[in-house]
Design a binder for this molecule. Structure first.
Ligand code: ARG
Length: 455
């Protein structure tokens, strides 16, 4: 592609070092899409005849079909996907192929390719997020009555519907979706036509190109256009955060599937055994998901680090953007798909949930609220209930079985009905009516909301 200037063959080691086709070949569809549009722009600029443009488009379609079929031989000595496709096109159709790169550089070519690729990839991932949300909604909806302890500090805190807990993740994945949508919207401007750095003397109609390729507009500075990878950073950041959410869900799943909690059982299809211990049923999907968060964070930091010291404009360092980006896309894609499957097949154990939720201490706060309703200041009520909890712990008598005399001694504001009024889980939950709180009515409404939103 540049033999004019050189007298010697490149070192084989350099070829191995600098080739990217082994990982950027996956851009082929978008590279061809960009080239076909670019050929149309070259025709409008008077560089190609209609026949030449048609020959280019037909040649590229043919190459595309062969790559898809797996019969195209990529050559690492041609460095990257761009040069592989262009060289083969020219080998096949001759002169028109050799005109395709007029006014174009691989700098604006790769910039447009990645944006096109990521646009599709993000659309795919957003679908995956919706599928997982739907699986969580479905699991929640099938167990609307199940109540589990909610935890803070991994200590039992207050009762919540299992559905409310799952809905928390649905909210998180909705934010992941919004972050991806936002990044995709900002990314959707065309860099092609910026040339290597300073545009071209050939009059390329960039607005036309943008329309052809489905961009909302064109970049406004050719130097920025070829050196900008912000969109890749934004998407990697969104995927890192999504990974963090998946990792937290994994932690809950791992706990819930343990003998100690036993709130859910994962299906045989989504668990692994032990080669030594016959009884084991391990939540490896959740553990691997948690583990893969490391590479998702790493990929973000890798790209930010690649970019941080680069002077304007394109520098070859930027070829290092691809592997982290592809790795994060692949990781999240498979994880989301697998997670949706695993959650859809998970079985809830209402008996174990009911056992855990029988712990009367989960309603200690409600006991304090009872006093508050009788006019006792909350700080005082908190202390009164704290003493009763202490007495229960000392005597081994459950909080809701302490004699009425103990209650009355702790505070004269306790009425005879205190135990019956406070220690009933459905009543306690029904009282949590504020927006976002887990009353049965609220949880049902939120399930309905998501069912509609995801439909
Ligand atoms: N494979 C290169 C990359 O991904 C394409 C752009 C190369 N540009 C250049 N001037 N060497 O960054």
């Amino acid at each position: 592609m540049w033999k004019g200037r050189f007298a010697e063959e490149q070192s084989d080691l350099l070829k191995r070092f600098s080739e990217s086709v082994s990982f950027d070949a996956r851009l082929y569809r978008h590279d061809i899409q960009g080239s076909i549009a670019y050929a149309a722009a070259l025709e409008r600029a008077g560089i190609l005849t209609a026949d030449e443009r048609a020959a280019i488009a037909a040649g590229l379609r043919e190459i595309e079909a062969e790559i898809t079929a797996g019969s195209f031989a990529f050559r690492t000595d041609l460095e990257d996907v761009h040069m592989n496709i262009e060289a083969e096109l020219t080998r096949r159709i001759g002169k028109p192929g050799a005109k395709l790169h007029t006014g174009r550089s691989r700098n604006d070519q790769v910039a447009v390719d990645i944006r096109l690729y990521l646009r599709d990839a993000v659309t795919g991932l957003r679908g995956r997020l919706r599928d997982l949300q739907a699986a969580l909604i479905d699991l929640a909806g099938r167990h609307e009555d199940v109540v589990i302890p909610g935890y803070t500090h991994l200590q039992r805190a207050q009762p919540v519907y299992f559905a409310h807990h799952l809905l928390a993740y649905v909210e998180m994945f909705a934010r992941d979706d919004a972050r991806l949508a936002d990044a995709a919207r900002r990314m959707n401007v065309l860099p092609l036509g910026s040339g290597a750095i300073a545009g071209s003397t050939i009059p390329i109609d960039r607005e036309f190109l943008a329309r052809e390729l489905g961009f909302d507009g064109v970049t406004q500075n050719s130097m920025d256009a070829v050196s900008d990878r912000d969109f890749a950073c934004e998407i990697l950041a969104a995927l890192a955060i999504c990974g963090m959410h998946l990792s937290r869900l994994s932690e809950d799943v791992i706990l819930w599937a343990s003998a100690e909690f036993g709130f859910i059982e994962l299906s045989d299809r989504h668990t692994t055994g032990s080669s030594l211990m016959p009884q084991k049923k391990n939540p490896d999907i959740a553990e691997l998901t948690r583990g893969k968060t490391g590479r998702l964070y790493g990929n973000l930091v890798a790209l930010l680090t690649v970019l941080k010291g680069l002077p304007m404009t394109y520098n070859r360092d930027m070829q290092e953007d691809k592997e982290p980006v592809f790795d994060s896309l692949d990781t999240i894609d498979l994880t989301l798909a697998l997670y949706a499957e695993m959650m859809a097949a998970a079985r809830v154990n209402p008996v174990r949930a009911a056992e855990a939720v029988r712990d009367p201490l989960l309603l200690a706060t409600d006991l304090a609220d009872y006093l508050v309703r009788a006019g006792v200041p909350f700080r005082e009520a908190h202390e009164v209930v704290g003493k009763l909890v202490g007495e229960a712990a000392r005597t081994g008598v459950p909080l809701n079985e302490l004699p009425l005399a103990s209650y009355r001694a702790a505070s004269p504001a306790f009425g005879n009905d205190v135990v019956a009024q406070v220690f009933d889980i459905p009543t306690a939950l029904a009282a949590r009516k504020a927006v976002g709180a887990p009353s049965a009515v609220n949880v049902r409404a939120r399930l309905d909301h998501w069912r509609q939103a995801l439909a």
